[in-house]
Ligand binder design. Structure first.
Ligand SMILES: *[C@@H]1O[C@H](CO)[C@@H](O)[C@H](O)[C@H]1NC(C)=O
Ligand SMILES: *[C@@H]1O[C@H](CO)[C@@H](O)[C@H](O)[C@H]1NC(C)=O
Length: 386
């Protein structure tokens, strides 16, 4: 027998549900501007909720977007963020040193993967052109093909892990070398993210299934780290064996790959870096406005010594991890064999950017194909009976 109390409870629930639904419909209707109907709006909000709360195999309504599909597709080969090691396709083992990993949960769109460039690859057969791109016919030489390939690599990497992506198409700076734009753009965009990861147009992410959070763990990037950049390759230029060092004799950092975390110290640092050439704080810095190596040298010469109070605020990434590429030492004046194990930076052979992009994408597809094929090999392979 049901007690009357129970019925009253049920009635109360029904009333509450009715009110909630009415409010939902009312707010959806009153928010109507662009011709979307109420049902669509509710569907959309339900879809967002379902995808965020439950980790369903499929969204509740409609077809998944391309972004959602990339994320789901690559989930099956994504390397665990908190793993203590990673083995590449050559069988080479890379470890995360130190104690428990700092980063264990996906940061998703708290991370921005950022391309900053004055060049807009929108000519025929380039990435931002409306026409179809012909990969095979795309020029590896010259900047159009290089920029198209690397931007595609960076964008795909962001999609695979649910990071945000932006291409900041910058103007030239009056009286300054182009790359001086970097601290300015980082300063502006870092207000909207926890991390901004800026990658040069001649650099490619080699292991697309490896989350950047895992790399943070490997490189000792903690919640207190403001900036991380790789150490540069050692080069002898015009007989100068100290060409890659700052005036204190320390190896310079290379700004082709910059990880910045939104912290008060980082904004102070970026402000000092941006304003360095005004010489208000750093007499002599104007020398690097147009002289090599520009903002990179300014950072290595002054900034890194002033914004690293605890010694972990600025992280120097090993050269072999994020500088150079296989074959860089074929140039006799390059003295460090940095092979870009995680990020290839093709500073001296820019045309190789297209090939590295191919290798990275094809390797990840190879892993996916093998996972499916061998995962169900009894279904896909028919053994002819003897
Ligand atoms: C660039 O370097 C040259 C040679 O060292 C120097 O003469 C020149 O003044 C520098 N440029 C600026 C803007 O300081
Ligand atoms: C540079 O390093 C790569 C990868 O570790 C290695 O295969 C190559 O032989 C090295 N080259 C030289 C000249 O030491």
């Amino acid at each position: 027998m049901r007690s009357p109390i129970m019925s009253y409870n049920r009635l109360a629930v029904a009333v509450v549900v009715f009110i909630v639904v009415s409010v939902l419909i009312f707010s959806a209707t009153s928010g109507l501007h662009g011709g979307k109907n109420v049902v669509e709006k509710i569907k959309e909000s339900a879809k967002g909720t379902a995808n965020n709360i439950c980790n369903n195999d499929r969204p509740v309504f409609g077809k998944p977007s391309i972004s959602e599909s990339f994320l789901r597709l690559y989930e099956s080969i994504q390397h665990p963020i908190a793993a203590s090691s990673y083995t590449d396709a050559y069988g080479k083992l890379f470890e995360v040193k130190g104690g428990a990993p700092w980063w264990t949960e996906p940061l998703r769109n708290d991370v921005l993967i950022l391309d900053i460039d004055t060049r807009l690859p929108d000519k025929k057969n380039e990435l931002w052109n409306n026409g179809r791109m012909n990969w095979e016919a795309m020029q590896a030489e010259g900047s159009g093909g290089m920029v198209s390939a690397s931007f595609m690599n960076h964008f795909l990497y962001a999609q695979i892990h649910g990071y945000d992506y932006r291409f900041f198409n910058a103007h030239e700076m009056e009286g300054m070398y182009n790359t001086w734009i970097k601290p300015h753009v980082l300063f502006d965009l870092l207000h909207s993210y926890k991390f901004v990861v800026a990658i040069d147009a001649d650099a490619t992410v080699q292991h697309l299934e490896l989350p950047v959070e895992w790399l943070f763990n490997r490189w000792g990037i903690t919640p207190e780290t403001s900036i991380a950049m790789p150490l540069d390759t050692r080069q002898v230029l015009n007989g100068d064996v100290h060409a890659s060092e700052d005036s204190k004799g320390n190896l310079a950092l290379n700004s082709g790959f910059i990880i910045a975390q939104a912290l008060p110290n980082t904004f102070d640092l970026l402000t000092a870096w941006k304003e360095c050439p005004t010489e208000k704080r750093y007499p002599g810095c104007a020398n690097w406005k147009e002289n090599w190596s520009h903002e990179q040298r300014a950072f290595s010469e002054y900034i890194r010594y002033d914004f690293n109070p605890s010694g972990t605020n600025i992280v120097e990434i090993p050269c072999n991890d994020a500088m150079g590429y296989p074959g860089i030492v074929d140039h006799a004046w390059v003295k460090s064999n940095c092979t870009g194990q995680f990020l290839r930076h093709h500073t001296l052979d820019k045309a190789m950017t297209k090939r590295s992009t191919e290798v990275a994408i094809l390797q990840s597809l190879t892993d996916l194909v093998k996972k499916e094929l061998l995962g169900k090999k009894d279904m896909y392979r028919i053994e002819e009976k003897a």
